[in-house]
Design a protein around this ligand. Structure first.
Ligand code: ZN
Length: 160
């Protein structure tokens, strides 16, 4: 079966920047499972998977517009330390998770003051050209329930 919209693809990935510096990889973990065509992955990766079959391994270079978007310098914010779970352990350059009424997001600490912390709200990979090494582990048809929910159930997916 070939990967396409409304198929469930299990895959491994490694991602690096254009210089080959590793950023993240699934290779030490279980493969990820994704319901293709539902926006669960960045557009460049979803697009590169179309038509692929189990066992295929390939590289794809993805520009920010098909990745995590451009980096927006204005997306910085000064936030009181009390909103951080572990403010005293934070140093510039570290990533942490901010919890708010809107959910949570990963931010990068840019400056630590005595009562406030400056953070960069851009996605850590925003603005970067990324090289993905992708390996399709297997492809199957999605179940009706998965299509209704818009995500994968079972192995590599949601359990509920
Ligand atoms: Zn579900």
């Amino acid at each position: 079966m070939k990967a396409g919209n409304n198929t469930v693809v299990r895959f491994h990935y490694s991602v690096s920047d254009l210089e080959g510096t590793p950023i993240d990889s699934s290779r030490e973990r279980e493969p990820l499972a994704i319901l293709l065509g539902h926006g669960g992955l960045i557009p460049g990766v979803e697009h590169a998977m179309q038509g692929r079959s189990a066992g295929e391994r390939f590289d794809v270079t993805i520009a920010p517009d098909d990745g995590y978007g451009p980096r927006r310098p204005e997306l910085t914010q000064r936030i009181a330390k009390k909103y951080f779970r572990n403010p005293d352990s934070l140093r510039p350059g570290m990533q942490t998770t901010l919890h708010s009424n809107d959910g949570h997001r990963t931010v990068t600490v840019t400056k630590v003051g005595s009562s406030v912390i400056d953070v960069d709200l851009n996605h850590p990979l925003a603005g970067l050209d990324l090289v993905f090494d992708l390996e399709i582990v297997d492809v199957r048809a999605a179940t009706d329930e998965e299509l209704a929910h818009g995500h994968v159930h079972g192995e590599g997916g949601h359990h509920h």
